[in-house]
Design a protein around this ligand. Structure first.
Ligand code: FAD
Ligand code: MLT
Ligand code: ZN
Length: 494
């Protein structure tokens, strides 16, 4: 096996074969300004400012200009010129990345490419059960277009009002319906993208089967903008549900949550679409920070799950199915208490609690964030082990782990001790805490990035923990497709 050190010294990071990326020349900037027009080009610091910081405010970048092309052809022009002049390009959609993936470096040598003007839904076919959306289309617009056609795009997340098709594709986003429908990887049928040499890959067909060798689409999905700029995607739709039921259930432990999930699946099959774990501390934080949110149950249970069940039958069929099952779970003691939403407004209220967790956490102040997955069956044991190790090594910290229990994916976040400067504590202890959590995850056969990607935040941990053969293959692919290293420099690779 190749020694890990040799793999870590990858030929990227803004340079290939010793030739560094360059800042854009005055000629390049004026050509791009002319090609894109005033709506598509700005070097005004005030226009750029909102897009140079990530959602959590952890990274501050700079850019030579903000480019907002309106067509794939304009994207080609930009990429071709940047490739020939070795200028870095940072694609950005809704800027909701949790790993600083869309924030350019602070040296200001790159160009920021926003997809906001690539905002058309090009087509929707009920016969194909698919729609084609440009990269800058926002997730809620995809949901609305599908709904108007009596269909559904079954991926959702808290940032749905900002996250774009291009960002969702490029991060292989997960969210709250992965349990049944999988992440973006299973919902993207085709992609149109501009590759790092400026060529256009027109792969938008909605084929369900296509075995013509390597799947370029799957490389671009989760590629974090390092292999090209996605300009449009063909997305899989599913039938609109006849009815849905949303319930909030108090439980005693994560192990009971898992038992409840398997028990419900045994009774109700694939109709269980979402199964999200919310501990008491997280609920308390949402109640504290988010206006208009109410506790669903009389008691604040140590653990809770938000369950969504969908049925093809209309009316109250989904409610009937889940209430019968939950009544049995309450009788057997597996569930401690439960509230079934009695109206669409109540259902949305329960989802608002879940979807506001990230915002409440941001308002709570800095934390050491982890986005981990382990095999689902190992999750309760992992949580016990991690808690014991953290309490031993970092007394006074508070674990706030929540999320997609049905997928084995938790946002395993740790808050610094309350008495003291949180940011200072994290700068001293954050790295050690992360190494501890990630080592445990790795020893359980898990992943240090379940759904948010690597961005600039996790490069070191990826290199420290990943299989050297995987790292070498990823570097070879990057080198083959982007030899000048212009695409999203210093993301995913050093
Ligand atoms: P950006 O943040 O703009 O970019 C993300 C990455 O994709 C960057 O590397 C960027 O360079 C690249 N990129 C963007 N557009 C393109 C393009 N057209 N071509 C090539 N590369 C591109 N994520 C989950 O997976 N599950 C969740 O449940 C979830 N919940 C969230 C809740 C909140 C409140 C927030 C703020 C974030 C959440 N996220 C979640 C993270 C984030 O929303 C996703 O990663 C989302 O996919 C990012 O979309 P975006 O358009 O904002 O992309
Ligand atoms: C979520 O599931 O709410 C998100 O992925 C956001 C987060 O990790 O905070
Ligand atoms: Zn999540």
């Amino acid at each position: 096996m190749r020694p890990r050190e040799s793999v870590c010294m990858r030929p990227f990071g803004g340079s290939v074969g010793g030739m560094a990326l360059r800042p854009p020349s005055a000629a390049l900037l004026s050509d791009l300004a002319a090609a894109l027009g005033p709506r598509g080009f700005s070097s005004d610091p005030n226009d750029m400012k909102p897009w140079l910081t990530d959602w959590r405010g952890r990274y501050q970048g700079a850019a030579a200009a903000l480019l907002s092309p309106a067509t794939a052809e304009e994207v080609r022009t930009i990429v071709a010129r940047c490739a020939s002049e070795r200028v870095g390009l940072v694609p950005q959609g809704g800027n909701t990345s949790m790993v600083g993936g869309a924030t350019p470096e602070a040296d200001g040598r790159s160009l920021l490419l926003s997809t906001r003007r690539l905002n058309r839904i090009r087509s929707l076919s009920q016969d194909e059960n698919a729609l084609v959306a440009e990269a800058g289309v926002i997730l809620t617009q995809v949901h609305e277009a599908a709904e108007q056609a009596g269909r559904r795009f079954p991926l959702s997340l808290g940032a749905k009002g900002s996250a774009t098709v291009g960002g969702l594709v490029s991060t292989n986003a997960g969210g709250t319906q992965v349990l049944r429908f999988g992440p973006m990887r299973s919902l993207v049928l085709g992609i149109e993208a501009v590759l790092p040499d400026g060529s256009l890959y027109s792969g938008l067909s909605a084929l369900r089967k296509d075995n013509r060798g390597y799947d370029l689409k799957q490389l671009l999905i989760g590629g974090e903008g390092t292999l090209g700029i996605v300009t449009a995607a063909s997305l899989k739709l599913v039938p609109a549900p006849g009815s849905r039921a949303v319930a909030w259930v108090g439980i005693a432990s994560p192990a009971d949550a898992l038992r409840l999930l398997r028990w419900l699946e045994g009774r109700l099959g694939e109709s269980v679409e979402a199964f999200e774990l919310v501990p008491r501390e997280v609920l308390v934080s949402v109640l504290h920070h988010i206006p208009g949110v109410r506790a669903p149950l009389a008691e604040l249970h140590a653990w809770n799950v938000l369950i969504e069940l969908v049925s093809p039958g209309s009316g109250s069929e989904a409610d009937a199915l889940i209430s019968e099952a939950l009544a049995e779970a309450l009788d057997s003691g597996l569930a401690l208490d439960a509230m079934l939403a009695a109206s669409e407004a109540q259902a949305q209220g329960l989802w608002r609690i879940r979807e506001s967790i990230a915002e409440a956490e941001r308002l709570e102040g800095p934390s050491v964030k982890h986005d981990i997955s382990v095999p689902v069956s190992r999750l309760p044991e992992f949580m016990d082990k991690a808690r014991a190790a953290i309490e031993r090594g970092f007394p006074g910290t508070r674990i706030v782990a929540f999320g997609h229990l049905g997928d084995g994916n938790l946002h395993y976040n740790v808050l610094p001790p309350e008495d003291g400067d949180a940011a200072a504590w994290i700068s001293v202890n954050g790295g050690k805490m992360t190494a501890l959590v990630h080592d445990l995850v790795t020893s359980e056969g898990g992943s240090i990035s379940a759904e948010h990607g690597i961005g600039q935040h996790k490069i070191g941990e990826l290199m420290r923990t990943a299989d050297p053969a995987l790292l070498a293959a990823q570097a070879a692919i990057k080198k083959a497709l982007d030899p000048a290293g212009i695409m999203n420099p210093h993301k995913l690779f050093t």
